[in-house]
Design a protein around this ligand. Structure first.
Ligand code: NDP
Length: 333
């Protein structure tokens, strides 16, 4: 049995590969270049059951066809994690929406044309569920049944909204494909993902988009104004990765799995930093010890938690492990 993991270099995908290898699956990762594949293979200790195929740009709807033409007969499971997650663009269609949607359609069409895949897991997001205009509404509770109401044109106001749209339209394309082809499909819908990189070598001055929230606070100074002052929802990367495996192992077909542990605020993270790493002397924040004081929408994912059946890592552990790794790399512990 082989598992194809698209976007193998990603923050989440590297943990997915870690758990797959730990359970002795044969893993094929897609990477954008030979160099990236060679590096990742070395980082994982060069196991014989890990190999890579090159997919330079998922915007090309036929990008996945050569892989399935060549190895489709041995790929049983597809975990499609590849999708742009950054806000460094003003060309929202080209850099966010099109790769997200075409990547999803492309891998699904290649499966249909050449593959013999038993289960497909698509990494979607809470961004496909939540309505950004209601995130500050404390009376609002989203569940896995909800859809972000944004439109293709309407989401192109700024990179954050465009990213949210990219996840919605990509996930819609996956469910549409499922309706037309009756495949076994699960989507994973995580909120903001914190946690350590799989390999400390990947820690640089700028971390992946979601961990930048923590990285900014690590490098804050006493008296700094906390900008942006985040009040949102989080989950740990190791739980997100595990959910990708449980989705196909338990055959959770037709499910959108909402992955969220709880709400957090920048103040919560500063409190953890000040308690666990006092030597950093970071900002105390506006209201030390008060926690998340602002009302905000909740994500009731109790149904998904029950289906998954494992406990989620808490904020303190997630932040501690992330920060420990950054400081270790910086020689600052
Ligand atoms: P990363 O940016 O770390 O990983 C993204 C992956 O997608 C990388 O392997 C990247 O390749 C690949 N990729 C992006 N654009 C293209 C493209 N045009 N062609 C080919 N490959 C591409 O992000 P995460 O690991 O955080 O995210 C993984 C998935 O999880 C995404 O689908 C994201 O939307 C979703 N998600 C993430 C959350 C988070 O908080 N981190 C929350 C909810 C969902 P390369 O490294 O070479 O650029």
């Amino acid at each position: 049995m082989a598992v194809l993991v698209t976007g193998a270099t990603g923050f989440i995908a590297q943990w997915v590969i870690h758990y797959l290898l730990r359970e002795n699956y044969r893993v094929i990762g897609t990477v954008r270049s030979q160099e990236k594949g060679d590096k990742l293979h070395r980082q994982f200790g060069s196991p014989s059951n890990l190999s890579f195929e090159i997919v330079e740009d998922i915007s090309d709807t036929e990008a996945f066809e050569p892989i399935f033409e060549k190895r489709g007969n041995i790929i049983d499971i597809v975990l499609h994690t590849a999708s742009p997650f950054h806000f460094n663009t003003s060309n929202y269609e080209k850099d966010l929406l099109i790769p997200a949607v075409n990547g999803t359609k492309g891998v699904l069409n290649a499966i249909k044309k050449y593959g013999n895949v038993k289960h497909i897991v698509v990494t979607s997001s809470y961004a496909a569920i939540g309505d950004v205009t209601k995130f500050a509404d404390g009376s609002c509770v989203f569940t896995e049944k909800d859809w972000n109401p944004t439109t293709w044109k309407g989401c192109q106001t700024d990179p954050v909204n465009a990213y949210f749209g990219s996840k919605k339209f990509a996930e819609e394309a996956a469910w549409q494909f499922n309706k037309e082809n009756n495949v076994s499909l699960t989507t994973i819908n995580p909120v903001l993902v914190f946690g350590p990189q799989k390999f400390e070598e990947e820690v640089t001055s700028q971390l992946n988009t979601s961990n930048e929230v923590i990285n900014g606070l690590i490098h804050s100074k006493p008296g700094d104004k906390i900008e942006p002052d985040e009040h949102f929802v989080y989950v740990d990367v190791r739980d997100v990765a595990k959910a990708h495996l449980v989705a196909f192992q338990k055959g959770l077909s037709g499910q959108r799995l909402g992955l969220c542990n709880n709400r957090f605020s920048s103040q919560d993270i500063l409190d953890i930093l000040n308690e666990k790493f006092p030597q950093l002397n970071v900002s105390k924040g506006p209201e030390p010890g008060k926690g998340d004081t602002r009302p905000g929408a909740l994500f009731d994912n109790s149904r998904s938690k029950k289906l998954l059946g494992f406990p989620f890592i808490g904020l303190e552990q997630s932040v501690y492990d992330t920060v420990f790794q950054v400081l270790n790399k910086e020689g600052n512990l």
